[in-house]
Design a binder for this molecule. Structure first.
Ligand code: AQP
Length: 339
């Protein structure tokens, strides 16, 4: 582990809310996590504290937390190469979260568009204060690890901006304490779109499940969804995100999963029509999800190993988080507790 400390650090998280990860989560974020563990000192977590910003059934939350960890391992995270843990196992997140709450302006927090979107979806009267302040907990998540980069999808960009602002504000007020992080957003896959409404982000809380590709769905379900993806009325297979969002989204997915360039795909399907593209992409998808499902199940079948990976991860994460929190408390002027 000694060499890991010379590497730039990354931190990111995913919610254990939906059961299965969807294709947007994977292509927008998790795929980058897997790559970055080779070059960075990587910390990845299942963010169960964020999950309770909306009501959760306790049994389901517990099961979904293990399921999220199993999917991360199945996607290629290697506990020897990264630190994988559960957010609530590291109490410093909530502790630094409070400090960050006290540093954030109410107006500043009110400008977060994710809160506006998410609260509108469930009716703003029912939205919790936790949902309102979750971007601030996210700030704490990132700053605790002194992360240099945060690999996320486009929808999280504004939260990384907030993180930068708060890190600079704290540093300015109390002296250099936090690394100011940068977003790590891959342009091509920063926003994967809904297969039925290719102008909307693929999202677990969609009204039409046909547009959402869950990685743990039966492969035949996925095949059907891909084949009935909305395209447009002409037949030309060409990447044009503005004029042809549906086809462009399919090309992005195809290209990323196979490593084939988009121009090459355009050439391959020239004159062939959407049916051929969809049939082939459906096959690519099925080939991707089938082993992913099997590997996820293998981790779930051995909860002791899974829990021990998470316990080791939490221990490594806590060592870093506790140090940052202690420095923060000291800078703020909290009286040290007697040992
Ligand atoms: N459609 C997407 N395209 C690219 N990246 C995406 N991400 C989510 N959707 C897309 C990225 O996935 C990571 C984990 O996100 P999360 O834990 O916040 O997942 P979520 O919010 O539960 O996913 P949804 O589907 O986006 O939920 P709702 O419907 O609640 O809004 C993040 O890095 C995110 O950017």
């Amino acid at each position: 582990m000694g060499m890991a400390t010379d590497r730039p650090r990354v931190l990111s998280g995913i919610q254990p809310t939906a059961g299965s990860f969807h294709l947007g989560n994977y292509l927008g974020a998790v795929r980058q996590w897997v790559a970055l563990q080779e070059s960075h000192d990587a910390f990845y977590m299942v963010v169960d504290l964020h999950a309770i910003t909306v009501p959760q059934d306790p049994k389901e939350l517990r099961a979904n937390t293990r399921l999220a960890a199993a999917q991360l391992l199945a996607a290629g995270l290697d506990p020897e190469r990264c630190t994988l843990f559960v957010q609530s196992h590291v109490p410093e997140h909530a502790q630094l979260g409070w400090v960050m709450n006290c540093l954030t302006g109410f107006g500043e927090a009110s400008r977060m568009t994710q809160f506006k979107d998410k609260s509108a979806k469930q009716g703003s009267d029912r939205a919790t204060v936790g949902l309102f302040t979750y971007p601030i907990l996210q700030v704490a998540d990132i700053l605790l690890y002194q992360a240099n980069e945060v690999p996320v999808g486009e929808d999280q960009r504004q939260h990384i901006e907030l993180t930068r602002d708060l890190a600079e504000r704290f540093n300015g007020r109390y002296g250099q304490t936090f690394t100011v992080p940068k977003p790590h957003i891959i342009k091509e896959t920063a926003k994967i779109f809904d297969l039925q409404d290719p102008t909307a982000k693929m999202s677990k809380s969609t009204a039409n499940p046909k547009g959402l590709v869950n990685l743990l769905d039966e492969p035949k379900v996925t095949v059907k969804k891909v084949k009935s993806a909305v395209t447009d009325t002409d037949t030309e297979i060409r990447f044009d995100a503005e004029a042809k969002p549906g086809v462009s989204n399919l090309l992005t997915i195809y290209s990323t999963l196979t490593g084939t360039g988009i121009p090459e795909l355009e050439q391959k399907y020239a004159g062939k029509g959407y049916g051929a593209l969809k049939t082939d992409l459906a096959e690519v998808m099925a080939e991707f999800v089938t082993p992913f499902r099997t590997r996820t199940q293998e981790y779930l079948d051995d909860p002791e190993t899974l829990d021990s990976i998470l316990a080791k991860g939490a221990e490594k994460a806590r060592a870093v988080a506790a140090e940052t929190l202690a420095t923060t408390y000291e800078r703020i002027g909290f009286l040290p507790a007697k040992h």
